[in-house]
Design a protein around this ligand. Structure first.
Ligand SMILES: Nc1ncnc2c1ncn2[C@@H]1O[C@H](COP(=O)(O)OP(=O)(O)OP(=O)(O)O)[C@@H](O)[C@H]1O
Length: 639
């Protein structure tokens, strides 16, 4: 029913629609290269054996769950898988989705909710099925789709996952089969951010003696249909984002809540006590903090600001989905503002989603005044309007035009999940949910880029259910061609980790010991270039899907020249649209949107989870304390 997608890309996906899947490519008359669906377009990306195997499995029609720690190439691989699936099934039969708008943007897809056509999904399976059946478009979509891709699955609730399977099974012709015979590709890391909508989690209560036990299902892997949904479960183990052995070890330990003394010492070292300069991105768990810091920094510059209002078009009932993406309703910037790119332009120049820089001037272009950004890589570039599109199947039903930047003095943890950043600062004492510290810290490539404060061992925590899930993981781990991180001595022995873990599980379910963890960690050289698939992104794309050409011409920006010290707002509207568009332009100019940086979910995050899971959190704190004491004793003993 309602589909969100990032956009420029829509133009690309439209053009690929017409591209025939040729089996050979001719370099010259004598040279014929076989088309290999598993080969990455970029010569700089070399798939690991494990990634290659996944691509081969997918071309055989298998349903695969792909997991792995941050930076192991899940998203990059998923992007390639999507291309492959589109060649196999035809692009209109591949649904590309993610749990959040921001994650969906990264793979040029739509949110899972919008694809599914189940509204908020806050009802039982049967009601949701009826909702889909009564919505012609959603119904058609479910019947037509042959492959469903879901990225960032850690934020999907088990109930939601089960509902979708129920819908697929009942709507599609292949009723007997799981997911109605759909090929399912699900990717994500459950050690990262958990689902944020509590009400979507199934709560089961059962009496045990006089005590009421609440058994909350929280993660998608707890869905009834989870195991039977996949032919293969694979855990990617080659870390690409980072290359420093001690940093990878630190992150792997954090991810599993198994940090040792060595890691704690390293973290303490990173807490320099000094806040770094404003060029370092601040990461906060709460969106209120993000907007407070960004607003304060803007004000401190005392510069004339320019405001770009998003220009939305399409039917109203589709437009709300534009707000779920990453492009802001309103972008207010000035010379000196720290900004982040939210589109991919040129990976080789590091002009990719997440690249940070500073606005150095505004420049006139076709009667528009556009910001020129000096990126931290040294590249200067004038930023033009870009387009984000909501798709209904293959049809563009709403578009947003906006300058592809957001303010970047501060970002929310939720917004940066999936990003790669050069440097960041975060106050660890403010994190409150499982996976938050890990997600924040795993964004950077090098330890040099990490600036911390407020470190407490208790903040490093992994959800026991997730630990259990990965402990029992029956899928495949890549062992081939990987350099192994050599475990450094001096940390707590594996048996101690075992003690801590038993505290959590109270049933002797020992987790992998430290040495074992270290063995799992593999390193490959640093790869600075960004996600493949985005390499093809053209630097500018003013064109739009044909059915939106009229809209695309209707380039319109409202600027508010606002002298910093005066309250005076001199709103100037500029456009280069045809006169017939004037009425709609007028409508849009009066459509002042709230300056809001974060995606929908962030708000809920702020309200939730302080009380929920407190029993688990309490255990995690206890474990951290026990570990600390034991580690301290060991350290003392070894002196
Ligand atoms: N086979 C590969 N060869 C070279 N580089 C790779 C390969 N796979 C991934 N990368 C690079 O590794 C980096 C991280 O990849 P990606 O963002 O896909 O990881 P991820 O597992 O999705 O991370 P996260 O869970 O944090 O979102 C990217 O810069 C990507 O280009």
């Amino acid at each position: 029913m309602k589909l969100l997608s990032s956009a420029i890309t829509a133009c690309r996906s439209y053009s690929t629609k017409g591209t025939k899947c040729s089996q050979t490519r001719f370099k010259n008359k004598n040279q014929i290269r076989k088309y290999d669906p598993t080969s990455p377009k970029s010569t700089r990306i070399k798939w690991t054996d494990q990634q290659t195997q996944i691509l081969a499995d997918i071309s055989e029609g298998k349903s695969v769950f792909i997991t792995g720690s941050g930076g192991t190439g899940k998203t990059l691989l998923v992007e390639h898988i999507i291309k492959q699936l589109k060649k196999i099934h035809g692009s209109s039969k591949v649904a590309v989705t993610a749990s959040t708008g921001v994650a969906a943007c990264a793979i040029r897809g739509q949110t899972l909710h919008s694809f599914a056509g189940i509204g908020l999904g806050d009802a039982d399976h049967q009601t949701l099925l009826e909702r889909v059946v009564s919505d012609k478009r959603a119904h058609r979509r479910w019947k037509k789709v042959k492959a469903l891709v879901i990225d960032e699955c850690s934020m999907i609730s088990p109930d939601h996952f089960d509902s979708l399977e129920y819908i697929a099974r009942n709507v599609r012709d292949n009723k007997g089969a799981k997911w109605g015979g759909l090929q399912l590709i699900v990717s994500g890391d459950f050690f990262q951010l958990p689902p944020i909508k509590k009400k979507l989690c199934a709560v089961y209560r059962k009496k045990k003696g006089n005590q009421k036990h609440v058994n909350k299902k929280k993660f998608a892997f707890e869905a009834d249909c989870w195991n039977s949904s996949f032919d293969k479960h694979v855990e990617l183990t080659t870390v690409f984002r980072q290359s420093q052995a001690n940093f990878i070890k630190l992150l792997q330990g954090m991810r599993k809540g198994e940090s040792d003394m060595e890691d704690y010492q390293l973290l303490e070292k990173l807490c320099s006590g000094k806040e770094p300069g404003p060029s370092v991105v601040r990461i906060y768990p709460m969106k209120e903090d993000v907007s407070r810091v960004n607003t304060k920094q803007m004000a401190s510059l005392g510069q004339k600001t320019v405001v770009y209002h998003a220009l939305d078009s399409g039917e109203d009932h589709w437009k709300w989905q534009l707000k779920q993406g990453i492009a802001p309703d309103q972008l207010e910037i000035c010379v000196g503002a720290r900004v982040m790119l939210i589109k991919n332009f040129n990976p080789w120049q590091k002009l990719v989603n997440g690249a940070t820089g500073t606005v150095i001037k505004f420049q006139k272009s076709d009667a528009l005044e556009l910001p020129v950004v000096k990126f931290d890589s040294g590249i200067e570039r004038m930023m033009d309007l870009e387009t984000w599109v909501v798709l209904d199947g293959e049809k563009a039903v709403a578009t947003r035009k906006q300058i592809p930047l957001i303010l970047a003095w501060a970002l929310s943890i939720h917004k940066c999940q999936g990003m790669t950043l050069d440097s960041l600062y975060t106050d660890l004492s403010r994190t409150f949910d499982f996976g938050m510290v890990y997600v924040a810290l795993s964004r950077v490539r090098n330890l040099d880029g990490l600036h911390l404060s407020g470190f407490k061992p208790s903040k490093i925590k992994a959800h026991p259910k997730v630990l259990q899930f990965y402990q029992n993981f029956t899928g495949e781990h890549d062992k081939q061609g990987e350099e192994q991180v050599v475990k450094k001595s001096g940390s707590s022995p594996g048996s101690l980790a075992g003690i801590g873990e038993n505290v959590v599980h109270k049933k002797g379910s020992c987790l992998r010991n430290q040495a074992d963890i270290a063995d799992k960690i593999s390193i490959v050289q640093k790869h600075e270039h960004a996600k493949q698939g985005r390499e093809k992104v053209v630097s500018k794309n003013r064109s739009s899907p044909s059915n939106f050409r009229g809209v695309a011409d209707d380039v319109f920006v409202t600027r508010k020249y606002e002298p910093a010290n005066e309250g005076e707002k001199n709103i100037v509207s500029k456009k280069k649209s045809s006169p017939s568009n004037l009425a709609s332009v007028a409508d849009r100019s009066s459509f002042i949107r709230k300056f809001e940086h974060d995606k929908q979910g962030d708000k809920e995050v702020s309200n939730k989870n302080r009380s929920g899971d407190s029993h688990l959190r309490g255990s995690a704190v206890m474990i951290a304390i026990v570990r600390n004491i034991l580690n301290a004793l060991i350290a003392k003993g070894s002196q």
